[in-house]
Design a protein around this ligand. Structure first.
Ligand code: SF4
Length: 781
């Protein structure tokens, strides 16, 4: 069954359905030219790797090669649909320039070697540093694209064996605020809502979430509701006039395009209207929340006229959006990078939680909150503790939680660092810059393109005193700077599990062998542990597990009794299940859990919670005693926030606000999607989007070469005149240098958006700011 052109029509054909109906199935498929479905010898079970939606798919195999994919009709997430990146992205696996052998730096050059030599260097350097400088000299920077089993193992090695606090994921760039906002409101991570809430909602509000491009299959679900009977109204908050914004207007909802960096003011304005107009569910608030009085007082300071001035939108727009939200019977709110990558990221995302809570819109069909993720397995980095969290949503400030984790690992509690919050990525790079981190092991990510202020990042990664290990499938910009490069297997070449943005766990089967000597990340981590001879309290090799299945079982045991409880899941069960299964999943609840907090009870009891919360302005962690006083009865917390202007504001020299972001055709730093002909042809090079008026004023036409500059750097990009608010520039951040000049711009012109961005982060979530830099635009010389 060949499909229509899914580059030109990314969301495919509509399959309309009505409120409370079942989303009809539609099976999308793409096979290589000349391959018919009957030629396929085997279909291996998996889910999408190139976004956070977790679309279930099967991988087609012929003669040991991947030849295509098809969606799975029975799956709860996608009902068979796939997005453009899913349909075409698998081709990257077979790129001729995959890494096939380990590399080590010799005489300044990376040269091919064998695993013993490469691992020997890593182990020797680890031992040397542990002896001379202690565990804090070693840091791990991982990704949102490995499997659950791999993160759990990495967390055990870093925190339980080495005892370093320096372990984080590039999920810091995308989902840190999702986790932080959930922890502030519910005192625990865990997505309350479910994608099935789209089927029941009468209002869907997307805050800084361009679902049409970032989660095309979720957007198909929304489009199908919009095309059916009783369609929902949409509220869209985005400074760009995206397909979501168009749909919002057409649905009878509202598109709000606030000035970047003003989300907290906007949210306070919306909450002000909800309170003023009596749209608050007082009974729910009274029974299930704390903090309403303070929130009510705070939002009084944000009447629409004041907010309109801050956000530079019309007051009436705020009132209309508030009317839609305030009168909704079933409100689904979703949040993503437009909120997360701003200077008051957590404060703004928390106000979305507040909106649903004060409207009593939680834990019922259609009433949910989805603080979205950016990457396919970001959820697992958080659960497993391979980012700035303690494994199993445990609280690093609670000694009982640390002791419990130590029991699972059979190590001394003192081995697990917990005297300070786990180190976040931005701080890890700072430590590497200052010289206290001397070995950085980067797995499955490309900080030389994705972190802010690249001149600085390249400088840090290139230091001679820093021993840089990069584990990847391509010689990325970061790998080019490494001392040791370890060739990894990727999706389709290894077996494991992963969890999407609505807690759905999928099984991903090995379809083919990795090329050359590439190895699954799990094997690499376990090999390292054995070579380091890590031992548990009883002298047994640590980690005690030895493959994917035993790693999963160890994790399931470790998660038991925690909110992300996997104890009712196993590889065998997930392999056989027709659909992914949502955690928590236990023996008593074997089919998983569609929505959290259906009974209005939360994981926020002081002894159980994952976090005591933070000050949203300074980011300082709250003390246990403060938390006990604030929330003794385990309710949800309504946390108010004051609007604060961004640190870097437009000036005469840099009159624009620059935001960076994604496009539907590429993923992250394009290491995979840039090697896929259809995706690369659809978006071959970087561009800068500006408004018609700004382009006219600057004498720029569509397609002109332009220079975008900030106090950090300059890039050259083609002008795209788009529906973006005046005074704002958008640059996609996917484009680096691997297919042009190497690891950086060399002597040439900059191309990566992160040459421009600032080293700064949200105080609570530590997510870097990609949405509020001051910039200049002009014709390129
Ligand atoms: S593109 Fe990268 S930073 Fe952005 S959401 Fe995806 S994985 Fe995260």
């Amino acid at each position: 069954m060949q499909q229509p052109d899914r580059i030109a029509h990314p969301w495919g054909e509509r399959t309309p359905y009505g409120r409370d109906g079942r989303w009809p199935a539609r099976v999308d498929q793409h096979l290589a030219d000349g391959v018919a479905p009957e030629d396929v010898q085997r279909w291996a079970k998996s889910a999408s790797l190139l976004h956070s939606n977790g679309d279930a798919m099967d991988i087609a195999v012929v003669d040991g090669r991947i030849v295509g994919v098809r969606g799975r009709a029975d799956d709860r997430v996608n009902g068979g649909r796939l997005g453009p990146k899913d349909l075409f992205g698998w081709q990257a696996n077979a790129s001729p320039d995959r890494l096939t052998r380990p590399l080590v730096r010799m005489g300044g050059r990376l040269v091919e070697t064998d695993w013993d030599t490469a691992m020997g260097r890593v182990v020797a350097e680890s031992k040397r540093l542990l002896e001379r400088r202690g565990p804090s000299a070693i840091g791990f920077y991982t990704t949102g694209q490995l499997f659950l089993e791999e993160y759990y193992t990495l967390a055990a090695i870093a925190r339980g064996a080495i005892g370093t606090n320096h372990l984080d994921g590039n999920t810091r760039l995308c989902t840190a605020t999702a986790a932080a906002a959930l922890k502030e409101t519910f005192a625990c991570d865990g997505q309350p809502g479910s994608f099935t809430d789209v089927d029941h909602a009468d209002v869907i509000a997307l805050f800084g979430h361009n679902a049409a491009e970032t989660q095309p299959v979720l957007w198909m679900r929304i489009l199908d509701r919009l095309a059916g009977p009783n369609p929902p109204a949409l509220v869209c908050v985005d400074p760009r006039d995206t397909p979501v914004a168009d749909a919002a207007r057409e649905s009878g909802g509202v598109h709000l395009a606030p000035l970047p960096g003003t989300n907290v003011a906007l949210m306070n304005g919306l909450l002000h209207e909800i309170v003023e107009n009596g749209w608050v569910d007082r009974e729910y608030v009274e029974a299930h929340t704390v903090g309403f009085a303070e929130l009510e007082k705070r939002v009084q300071e944000y009447p629409p006229d004041r907010v309109a001035e801050i956000c530079r939108i019309e007051p009436e727009q705020i009132r209309s959006a508030a009317r839609v939200l305030g009168r909704a019977e079933r409100l689904l709110s979703t949040v993503l990078q437009g909120f997360y990558q701003s200077h008051q990221a957590t404060a703004a995302a928390v106000q979305v939680n507040n909106l649903n809570l004060i409207r009593g819109m939680l834990g019922r069909p259609g009433c949910g909150i989805l603080q979205m993720n950016g990457q396919p397995t970001a959820q697992n980095t958080r659960e497993c503790g391979a980012d700035g969290d303690l494994t199993g949503f445990r609280n690093w400030e609670n000694d009982a939680h640390v002791a419990e984790l130590a029991r699972h690992w059979n190590v001394e509690p003192t081995r697990i660092p917990h005297m300070a919050p786990p180190t976040h990525a931005m701080q890890m790079f700072r430590y590497a810059e200052q010289g206290s981190i001397r070995m950085l092991w980067v797995s499955g990510t490309n900080p030389a393109v994705s972190l802010p202020e690249l001149v600085r990042i390249r400088r840090i990664l290139s230091q001679r005193r820093l021993f840089l290990v990069v584990q990847d499938i391509f010689l990325s910009e970061t790998a080019q700077l490494a001392d040791v490069v370890l060739p990894a297997a990727t999706w389709g070449e290894k077996t494991g599990t992963f969890t999407n943005a609505d807690r759905t766990v999928h099984f991903s089967e090995k379809a083919v062998d990795p090329p050359g000597h590439g190895r699954p990340d799990l094997d690499i981590f376990l090999d390292y542990a054995r070579r380091m001879d890590f031992r548990d309290k009883d002298g047994r090799p640590f980690p005690q597990w030895h493959d994917g299945e035993s790693a999963f079982d160890a994790w399931a045991a470790c998660s038991a009794g925690r909110p992300c409880d996997y104890s009712g899941l196993s590889h065998a069960k997930l392999r056989e299940a027709p659909s992914g299964i949502q955690w928590p999943c236990t023996a008593e609840n074997p089919d998983g859990t569609e929505r959290l907090y259906t009974d209005g009870r939360f994981w926020s009891a002081p002894d159980h919670c994952e976090s005591y919360g933070r000050d949203l302005v300074t980011g300082a962690p709250l003390e246990e005693t403060e938390y006990r006083a604030l929330n003794p009865d385990a309710k949800a917390i309504l946390k108010a926030a004051e609007y604060l202007p961004p640190h870097e504001r437009p000036s005469d020299e840099y009159p624009f606000v620059l935001i960076t972001g994604r496009t539907i055709h590429h993923f992250h730093t394009r290491t995979k999607t840039g090697r896929v002909p259809e995706l690369q042809a659809a978006a071959p090079d970087v561009w800068v989007e500006c408004s018609k008026d700004d382009a006219r004023r600057l004498g720029l036409a569509d397609g002109d070469a332009a220079e975008v500059a900030t106090p950090r750097g300059t890039i050259t990009a083609r002008v795209r005149i788009g529906d973006i608010r005046g005074g704002v520039l958008f640059v996609p951040f996917h484009y680096g240098y691997w297919d042009t000049t190497g690891s950086g711009p060399g002597g040439g012109r900059g191309r990566a958006a992160n040459e421009l961005t600032v080293t700064d982060w949200d105080p609570a979530s530590k997510q870097p700011l990609f949405k509020t830099a001051a910039a200049r635009l002009g014709g390129a010389s």
